[in-house]
Design a binder for this molecule. Sequence first.
Ligand SMILES: [Cu+2]
Length: 105
Amino acid sequence: MRRPFDRVIIAVVLITAAGMILGCSRSKTVDVSFTVEGMHCESCSEAITEALEKVDGVESASADHAKGSARARFRSPDVSPEQLTAEIEGLGYTVTDVEITPIEG
Ligand SMILES: [Cu+2]
């Protein structure tokens, strides 16, 4: 014999599972481009690339000292553009512009 209480527990488990699945599918891939001041050579771009790639949730990153730009592809909401800006500025460079592009999937 099944008590009504069991049904409540089953309903809660199902709602929780559905929420987790929906929550996962809501995570998005995002491309972000930074305009960076202060890069002078190849080791500057390497330092920025490495710092961005080390962040959990970043799929790829690159930086170009000649163009004064950096970019990263990451999973949102695991990572935020603000967090990556802080990484770059933590190395002593200045981010003057941030451009965010959501990617399909
Ligand atoms: Cu340098």
